[in-house]
Design a protein around this ligand. Structure first.
Ligand code: ADP
Ligand code: MG
Length: 369
């Protein structure tokens, strides 16, 4: 391959969801923040209608395709994410020619920090700038979402893409998924002597895909039974729960309704400067996902229980469930002890050794060079 033509470099972060799990596809509230880890894209336009892709990530084959041939199913593996952006932009009527795109990302892949959204969002922003498309961040998030839903074939909500494109440093992003309006909420753990520790349990259970689709279907069925367009339109939570048959469906709805309330409480606490005060709601979110939404697993519960026993102020699984990561809010001087305790209890149970990341609320997608 001839050297890549580079006109600029862009970066887009991964995300950690502070709270608001499985609420995005129910038109509810979420509160993500951007990670310091980013996907960087060195991008140049090409006049010959070809798309050339390369990534420094191990096992990522380089790709050279005609942009006109891009269609869902045409590419599999990692290249589907950047190529899907060109397809989605063209499908939305934008005049995109060829491009050289070189990816270098330090967002851990498959750890629940959304390396996939970082990848599609950085490419969407770069092409928007270079081809002067004039798309808003929300429009770019919709493009990046279509990459996953239509090109790659994963039915994701808008949480990851909005977080990667809209977050700002030092803040979490309070997003209303009903109308995609958001506001930035100060979230300064370091300033008040706290840390947000991400524990990647390295577990990935077979239920990951089917379990997600199954929970989504339950929420849609419950909304139909309750006669509302989505669970967001439930006004009286107690009455709605009483109207549903006792059992898994009612429990799942209870998770969604109470999780929205927890997001609002956490936002209010952060706005009041009370970072410590969010701990119990983080832990309650985990209990709700474990008991009502039933998407936890032994590794996630072990990480949460051990972190709390070692002094964490709150802890919860993040992401889809059945594996992936846990976040734990700890005092700065307890952070290492919490990590060590989790490491030990994983070893004692014969689980794969976990990985740890420090999460500092960082900037959203931007041009860096
Ligand atoms: P997550 O988004 O939680 O990290 P996903 O399964 O949604 O996990 O996305 C991971 C996929 O994204 C990888 O399998 C790969 O196809 C793609 N990907 C992410 N980062 C890179 C990268 N730096 N280079 C190549 N592919 C990447
Ligand atoms: Mg992903």
């Amino acid at each position: 391959m001839s050297p890549f033509a580079v006109e600029g470099v862009w970066a887009a972060p991964g995300r950690v969801n502070v709270i608001g799990e499985h609420t995005d596809y129910n038109n509810g509230f979420v509160l993500p923040m951007a990670t310091p880890h980013t996907a960087r894209a060195s991008v140049g336009r090409r006049a010959d209608g070809r798309l050339r892709l390369a990534s420094t990530h191990a096992g990522s084959e380089s790709v050279d395709v005609a942009v006109a041939d891009l269609a869902p199913g045409a590419l599999s593996g990692w290249a589907a994410y950047p190529a899907g952006v060109l397809w989605a932009l063209r499908d939305a009527g934008h005049d995109i020619g060829g491009a050289d795109i070189h990816i270098d990302s330090d967002v851990p892949v498959g750890a629940g920090l959304s390396s996939s959204a970082a990848l599609s969002c950085v490419v969407a922003l770069a092409l928007n700038d270079l081809y002067e498309l004039g798309c808003s961040r929300v429009e770019l998030a919709r493009i990046a979402q279509r990459v996953e839903t239509d090109f790659v074939g994963v039915p994701v909500g808008m949480l990851d893409q909005m977080a990667s494109l809209c977050c700002t440093a030092g803040h979490a992003f309070f997003l209303d998924c009903r109308d995609l309006t958001g506001s930035h909420v100060p979230f300064d753990c370091e300033g008040v002597g706290l840390r947000l520790l991400v524990i990647d349990t390295r577990a990935k259970h077979a239920l990951v895909d089917g379990g997600y689709a199954d929970r989504r279907a339950s929420c849609e069925e419950a909304a139909r039974l309750l006669g509302v367009p989505s669970l967001r339109e439930v006004d009286d939570a107690d009455a709605a729960l009483a109207a549903l048959p006792a059992g898994p469906l009612r429990n799942r709805v209870r998770h969604v309704l109470t999780e929205n309330e927890r997001v609002l409480r956490v936002v209010a606490a952060l706005r009041a400067g009370d970072v410590r005060g969010i701990g119990p709601d983080l832990t309650a979110s985990h209990a709700s996902m474990r008991d009502d939404y039933t998407i936890s697993c032994a590794e996630l519960d072990t990480a949460v229980d051990t972190a709390l026993a070692a002094g964490a102020l709150g802890a919860r699984l993040v992401g889809g469930g059945f594996g992936g990561s846990v976040i734990a809010l700890t005092a700065a001087d307890r952070c290492d002890a919490v990590a060590e305790a989790v490491e030990k209890s994983f070893a004692a149970r014969g689980f794969t050794a976990p990985r740890f990341f420090g999460a500092i609320p960082s900037a959203g997608a931007r041009r860096v060079d």
